[in-house]
Write a protein that binds this ligand. Structure first.
Ligand SMILES: [Zn+2]
Length: 483
């Protein structure tokens, strides 16, 4: 009973303080005393305002006690902490800042909890995904009864219930559903994503939003990422320092297993799964198109892979390995997520409050490696002049002049510096191949079978411009280097 009162009391405090509400709700603040009046009619206005005042003092004292240690760090003068020189009536950044968290998964759950408990009051979160049973081992804001619900909504509700006074607005959609006017309302954006494409998109959007005459248009982007025991935290100050596209080669695409290995002599369980995925599926077409989120489709692949593994005496094919291999799921460990999310949120706190020097200026990248002992390293990643997002030079691109255009197109997906899956190519104002619109696609399709040098007339040093629907506002410029 006491517990319930205590839990309920903090919200009634603020409500009563703000509205000068009834005597009965105020009575809980003076605590331990029985309600003085259960009806407002019998209490005088003086009594009421006195009660409201004590509510106010009570809730202020409670708030002060709650944030005592955080405020101690913030108010203690240090070489980088200028807070005590700021007049008392200056708006508190923790109250006024709007923070956007992208992703409400393993990292996002931790981030939302950390930000709320660091005193940030106004948080938005975007995630298009719904909760899967396999998320529950680390995405601790979710319960079994939440399976199937939107991650962003459930996470927001949970943290708001747990940390009184924080306001979290969920958006159950893709980041691409919003435009610049949405993103410009935030002071800091924090990413807890597992998708490189989404990172590249938000990075390009934030860099594109910078107006040189308006410092407020520079939205720091804090990016966390983990893979097993490894992780990284980086802070991008758009146009000031390197952006995520400058560092794209950190994400080298997974080396493909040669098709002949899959087809003839598989050695690993993954080879059997990829065989089922690439070869068996194409031959048998059990469903019109593969939906990697459909358990029926994954089960079909799993059965096929298992049969092949038995044939070659390869142990280790499981349903979850099938799902992981087909969906290219990065193994996630709860504690690595906690470390990286924790460091991302510390950077947000430092950026907002000036308590200590944040990443983003002298150094912008922290890598953590817990695979052999513990190793962390913080360094300065350099901005690249040939970055298609924040630079202005074309990148060199090694190609074989005998390649058909199709081969160039395919190479762009696996090239670490491009990683473009649906590219359209232009050269010197001439469309070589366009994915859209359909008429232009049809018109340029014959070029795919033509060779770069002989048929299409491209030379060493020719500049090509590539666009991709995944990044609608970007042009990737390359200078051809014949090998
Ligand atoms: Zn860049």
């Amino acid at each position: 009973m006491l517990k319930t009162m205590d839990e309920g009391s903090s919200s009634s405090y603020s409500g009563a303080g703000a509205s000068g509400s009834t005597g009965s709700s105020c009575s809980t603040t003076t605590s331990h005393l029985p309600p003085a009046n259960t009806t407002t009619a019998s209490s005088s206005s003086l009594e009421r305002s006195f009660a409201a005042m004590s509510v106010d003092t009570g809730s202020k004292a409670r708030e002060a006690a709650r944030w005592k240690y955080l405020n101690h760090i913030r108010k203690t003068k240090g070489p980088f902490n200028q807070d005590d020189e700021i007049p008392e009536d200056m708006p508190d950044p923790l109250e006024t800042y709007k923070i956007l968290v992208i992703g409400a998964g393993g990292l996002g759950c931790e981030m939302l909890k950390n930000l709320a408990m660091s005193g940030f009051k106004n948080i938005h979160v975007i995630d298009m995904d719904t909760i899967d049973i396999s998320n529950l081992n680390r995405q601790f804001l979710f319960r079994k009864s939440d399976v199937g619900k939107f991650k962003a909504s459930v996470a927001a509700e949970f943290v708001m219930k747990r940390v009184k006074g924080v306001n979290i607005t969920p958006h159950n959609c893709k980041i691409q559903d919003f435009d610049e006017s949405f993103y410009s309302q935030f002071q800091i954006v924090i990413c807890g994503l597992d998708s490189i494409e989404a990172r590249r998109w938000i990075n390009a959007t934030l860099v594109g939003m910078v107006d040189d005459d308006d410092p407020e248009s520079i939205k720091p982007l804090i990016d966390g990422g983990t893979e097993g025991f490894k992780g990284q935290t980086r802070v991008v100050l758009p146009t000031v320092g390197p952006c995520i596209e400058c560092q794209l080669d950190l994400y080298a695409p997974r080396a493909a297993v040669p098709l002949c290995t899959l087809a003839t002599i598989p050695r690993q369980p993954e080879h059997c799964i990829e065989w089922a995925h690439i070869i068996a599926w194409e031959q048998e077409k059990p469903f019109p198109s593969l939906d990697k989120d459909d358990p029926e489709h994954i089960t079909w692949l799993y059965d096929k892979a298992l049969a092949r593994a038995k044939e070659f005496n390869i142990p280790g094919v499981t349903y979850s390995l099938t799902q992981g291999t087909v969906k290219n799921i990065i193994p996630a460990i709860a504690s690595t997520n906690a470390i990286i999310a924790g460091s991302c949120c510390l950077e947000a706190l430092k950026l907002a409050t000036n308590t200590a020097p944040p990443l983003g200026f002298e150094q912008n990248f922290m890598s953590y490696d817990g695979t052999e002992g513990i190793y962390t390293n913080t360094f300065q990643y350099e901005k690249k002049e040939d970055c298609p997002v924040c630079g202005n030079l074309a990148k060199p691109l090694k190609v074989d002049p005998k390649w058909k255009l199709q081969e160039l197109l395919d190479s762009l997906a696996t090239n670490a510096a491009a990683q473009l899956k649906k590219p359209s190519i232009r050269a010197e104002e001439k469309s070589l191949y366009m994915q859209f619109p359909p008429q232009l696609e049809e018109l340029t399709r014959p070029n795919l079978e033509k060779s770069l040098a002989e048929d299409l007339g491209l030379v060493h040093g020719s500049e090509i411009a590539i666009t991709d629907t995944a990044f609608p506002n970007l042009v990737f410029r390359f200078i051809l280097q014949f090998s």
